[in-house]
Design a protein around this ligand. Structure first.
Ligand code: 5GP
Ligand code: MN
Length: 345
């Protein structure tokens, strides 16, 4: 962990700043990036936010969204390399290893500027010059708030910056229900309310702005695709590329599916497998002691947090699911002894 005075010194004069976050940014990834960007611009820096891929349209309301450069390998590679190569300061937000930002990872690694990591994932890679990671934090947006506050600039957090940060904290805490929802989190939200954020608006823009088609897709998935394995307290969903096409699924439409699987009484481990053509993208969630980040790291080239992690598989969807099923017996003891939801008789 670096000291805040090192960052203060680095930002003491106007800088050319690059901010990036993980592939397929979620509300914490984009919210922490745009919240930080808004603050740095107010301080007189020149800031470019580059995302390694596109992101869901329900995040497009965030102030600063219009200036985001979305990396597209065959389209703006030269422009993005130029931005990274000329940046004096490179902020890496909400990811812990450069492999999570596709081709941008190598460009960032080789960039001459000072790299600053702000993140809350487990097992961070040592690539940054300054590191403000804390795996106990509920969200990267929580850490961005603290960095701005510790720099002595909390008064610069206006409604727009505050709503970006609120979005990140709200989503990464599962709307303030995960164990990561500390006293500190609630105190920060109180400060954001002081800055004038409208939390109902943020909630509605993120959770209640889906297309009708997405809701029908959800209906189909819950009715036909959800598999419950009582002997392992596990539930999973596997979605083919054809099914995604059939429902015109867009970026973000599959987000949150895994939580439905986990919401079943008694289920402690949930997985969603999605055929993204080049690879199978996997989301894992758990409640209690079973570590999905460990499971994902060990078997699916992934990682994340204790109760929320992701991974990838390079074999076909059916084989990926078979592999997953073949792994469960060795975890049966952990899965059945994990604390279950209290069920009234
Ligand atoms: P999600 O299931 O929402 O995509 O991801 C859950 C958590 O795991 C997030 O914190 C995300 O950053 C992390 N995660 C998702 N996919 C991967 C992956 O392939 N590798 C690693 N290391 N972390 C991932
Ligand atoms: Mn996060």
């Amino acid at each position: 962990m670096s000291t805040i005075s090192e960052l203060k010194e680095l930002l003491a004069q106007p800088r050319q700043i690059f901010i990036t976050t993980h592939h397929k940014p979620d509300a914490d990834a984009l919210g922490s990036s745009l919240g930080l960007a808004g603050y740095l611009r107010k301080k007189g820096h020149s800031v470019t936010v580059v995302t390694p891929s596109d992101y869901p349209s329900f995040l497009a309301w965030m102030p600063g969204n219009d200036d985001v450069v979305v990396y597209e390998p065959r389209k703006n590679d030269a422009q993005v390399r130029e931005i990274i190569g000329t940046a004096e300061v490179l902020f890496c937000l909400d990811f812990s290893c450069l492999g999570r930002i596709s081709e941008l990872g190598e460009y960032v690694r080789q960039a001459p500027g000072t790299k600053v990591l702000i993140d809350h994932h487990q097992e961070p890679e040592q690539f940054a010059d300054l590191d403000y990671s804390n795996s106990k934090a509920a969200a990267t947006a929580e850490l961005v708030f603290e960095v701005i506050r510790d720099l002595g600039d909390q008064d610069l957090i206006d409604t727009g910056i505050g709503e970006c940060l609120y979005a990140g904290i709200m989503t990464d805490t599962g709307s303030f229900r995960h164990p990561s929802t500390s006293r500190n989190v609630h105190l920060i939200i109180a400060e954001l309310l002081n800055a004038g954020i409208n939390l109902s608006d943020v909630h509605r823009r993120i959770y209640d702005s889906h297309s009708e088609e997405r809701l029908r897709f959800l209906g189909f998935v819950l009715k036909d695709k959800l598999v419950v394995l009582r002997e392992y307290n596990t539930a999973y969903i596997a979605i083919t590329a054809d099914e995604l096409r059939q429902y015109h699924s867009k970026t973000g439409d599959t987000e949150g599916l895994v939580n439905f699987a986990l919401s079943i009484e008694g289920i402690v481990f949930a997985a969603v497998f999605i055929d993204r053509s080049q690879a199978i993208k996997i989301s894992f969630r758990s409640v209690g002691d079973f570590s999905v980040s460990e499971f994902s790291r060990r078997h699916f080239e992934g990682g994340g947090h204790h109760n929320a992690a992701g991974g990838i598989s390079h074999i076909p969807l059916d084989n990926t699911v078979d592999r997953f099923l073949s792994l469960l017996p060795q975890y049966q003891a952990d899965l059945v002894t994990a604390p279950l939801a209290v069920v009234p008789p």
